[in-house]
Design a protein around this ligand. Sequence first.
Ligand code: EPZ
Length: 418
Amino acid sequence: MAKLLIKSGCILRGTVNISSAKNAILPVIAASLLSGERCILNEVPYLEDVKVMGEVIKSIGARFEEFDKESIAIIASELSNPEPTYELIRKMRASFLVMGPMLSRIGRVRISLPGGCAIGTRPIDLHLKGFAAMGAAISIGHGFIEAYAKKLKGESIYLDFPSVGATENIMMAACLADGVTTIENAAEEPEIVDLANFLSNMGAIIRGAGTDTIKIEGVKELRGAAHTAIPDRIEGGTFMIAAAATGGDVLVDSVVPEHLKPVTAKLKEMGVEVTEYERAIRVKSCGCLNPTDIKTMPYPGFPTDMQSQMMSAMCVAKGTSIATETVFENRFMHINELKLMGAKIKVDGRSAIIEGSERLSGAKVKATDLRAGAALTIAGLCAEGYTEISDIYHIERGYIGLEGKLRKLGADIERIEE
Ligand code: EPZ
């Protein structure tokens, strides 16, 4: 198994280029199933999750071809199999996003319940509520969902929680439905807007993406389209926090500053100099961070996907900070690992109280999930001595070449095969 070995004492300096967003690319791959024509995705980082999504759509009969360095083509002219491979659906929750396009395109799907993961039970009740409202007949048994719909019909659907996945799944299903679908209390994440832009280029009629009310007018069919996903705001935010925590001076290039407003605001509260340019953000820090408090919320609130990374910075701030996680019920697993590095953190319900210390101490730690792994990498950069992170396959699901990008910024980090 591979590990990351990080030697302390580095101050990150230089420019880092941010890749396209995993959480935008995955729903766009699913949306490509809505057309029988060729769709092209450019600048795709070859992440583990992208490979899994490619295997999922191939298992139902679509073609998924890599060409060029970072481009992929998806041709879903024939969707011959209504049952995507069980193991793949269980492996990656985002693969459940094929359900809406399949219901809309071929009218039937038999798919494994996606199951929970490290950070929570991850229910799909809101996805199913939307499909049922649009006329799908849904039955659940033996760990599978079976759904049929001769033709979905437009409906008004209220989401009890602004779920990103449910908003995406229902929006995709509504594109080929009969009539108009309105999603109320919809998620407003930038990835929703990006997906709506791709669907509109395919000929879909969508209004309101990025607000809490999205209207989709069903059309007969959709054409193929080409797309380059938005920059990964979570990768960008991760590098911003790493620069701040190590007292560095980093230009985080190829990002949309608007998408990173919550992270920028919090770093400024910590005394970090943050300068926004058109497609880049510069983070300059003396390394002495003030404490701050965060509370994760749906967009445009502070992103839950940045909570663990921010906690690593709080561990070396001068004072006590509080991090409250409101989106997922079990997203504090990085805390036990940070404690192995000397962090002083107390958990009280959904809040963690972090007493900042001068330095953390390097240790052997384990990545428990994708963003926890990123947080431990930041902590390793700020710790005394060596830090060894195992189970880094979690990190490689969502960060392409993380150690290479950090080494370019001056970090003493290497990937070692056990
Ligand atoms: C997406 O997951 C992201 N994944 C997650 O990023 C991100 O943390 C999350 O949105 C929130 O921003 C992708 O886009 C592939 P949700 P998703 O549905 O769609 C509850 C990462 O690190 N809920 O918005 O699964 C659910 O329990 C990953 O890149 C229901 O109750 O998130 C949770 O508490 C991790 N019923 C909350 O909503 C449902 O039917 C947010 O979930 C669906 C969700």
